[in-house]
Design a protein around this ligand. Structure first.
Ligand code: TXA
Ligand code: MG
Length: 310
């Protein structure tokens, strides 16, 4: 189907799973209460968890949000389209059914030609945003390919729903979420847009991660988890899965699932490696975490949650 047809399907209430540079999202017209309700059904996600609204460009911030600070504009200019979600005070357009009843709204311009093309067609027919969480069942690993989306939620989709295939996600980890409602930006979820990048773009000191009262489902302890038990920074035993940087040798009898050569590659392959472990029916996956800051912080954040199990 063309993007024009896809946009019409969305407007008519269909769900469309679509690629972004971070992970695949499961989208609905952000103003369509029934369609948005179906996202929660398909994901099996609690109703009070807010959704990210994907917009075509920063010009659409004002439709959904109020009290936009200068530093938030600086962030949008620097990093959109890109792997960054900004949290603002909501406008009247952002209803309780997308914000989970909160007075804030999360906005992001994704950096993927398919996603942007769809968003632009949507805008022409009066759909101002696509509300989309990651296209996985609640608490599972986010999908980074169209096949992974099919595997996660294919069975829960209806006939009019669609999965767009835009190839493997280039970043592989969910966006950085930044609370922009205070005097300075606050990171709620680390990602590819790092603290140093945010400070450089805004000239402000970024306050500490995870000290906000705002509910972020991705910050629940048990999250991003495969079926296998994840154990961190120990050598794998025989029959266990093993994910580690390329320079770490595979222990005898362990099943190597990934050998990323650097941090970017680590982020890109991590979720598909976890899925691979599940597909092989492994009971345990041992993971040697990447060191350093930047994107490695985001990887360790997700791994810490994945290791809490399900
Ligand atoms: O990279 C991403 O962000 C992907 C792609 C599809 O854009 N989306 C994603 O969505 O990871 P989701 O729903 O799986 O995680 C988004 C997080 C949730 O933890 C949610 O609670 C938080 O964003 N969030 C959304 N709106 C919020 C708000 N108004 N205040 C605080 N947190 C919010
Ligand atoms: Mg998610």
């Amino acid at each position: 189907m063309s993007q024009v047809e896809n946009a019409l399907a969305l407007k008519n209430g269909a769900l469309i799973a679509f690629p972004t540079e971070t992970v695949y999202g499961l989208g609905a017209d952000a103003s369509n209460e029934k369609a948005v309700a179906r996202i929660y059904e398909v994901k099996g996600r609690p109703q009070d968890h807010p959704l990210i609204l994907h917009i075509a460009s920063m010009n659409d911030i004002n439709y959904w949000a109020e009290d936009i600070s200068d530093y938030a504009i600086a962030l949008a200019r620097s990093f959109w389209p890109g792997p960054m979600t900004l949290i603002f005070s909501r406008s009247d357009a952002a209803k309780d059914f997308v914000t989970g009843g909160q007075e804030t709204v999360g906005l992001r311009v994704p950096d993927h030609t398919l996603a942007l093309g769809l968003l632009q067609e949507c805008k022409k027919i009066g759909v101002h945003a696509i509300a989309a969480p990651s296209a996985n069942r609640f608490g599972h690993v986010s999908p980074t390919t169209a096949d992974a989306v099919q595997e996660e939620i294919g069975a829960y989709l209806a006939r009019q729903d669609l999965i767009l295939d835009g190839g493997p996600a280039q970043v592989g980890l969910e966006s950085t979420i930044i609370d922009c409602t205070g005097d300075a930006p606050k990171i709620l979820r680390p990602g590819a847009i790092t603290q140093a990048m945010i400070e450089e773009a805004t000239g402000l000191k970024v306050s500490e991660i995870n000290d906000s009262q705002i509910r972020v489902s991705g910050s629940l302890e048990k999250h991003y988890a495969p079926n296998a038990k994840v154990i961190l920074d120990v050598q794998a035993s025989e029959g266990q899965g093993f994910i580690a940087p390329a320079d770490v040798a595979t222990p005898t009898g362990a099943i190597r699932l990934a050998s990323p050569a650097n941090t970017d590659e680590y982020a890109r392959v991590l979720y598909s490696a976890l899925r691979d472990g599940d597909a092989q029916g492994l009971e345990t996956i041992a993971i040697i975490q990447p060191s350093g800051d930047g994107l490695a912080i985001a990887i360790r954040d997700r791994l810490m949650r994945a290791s809490k199990g399900r």
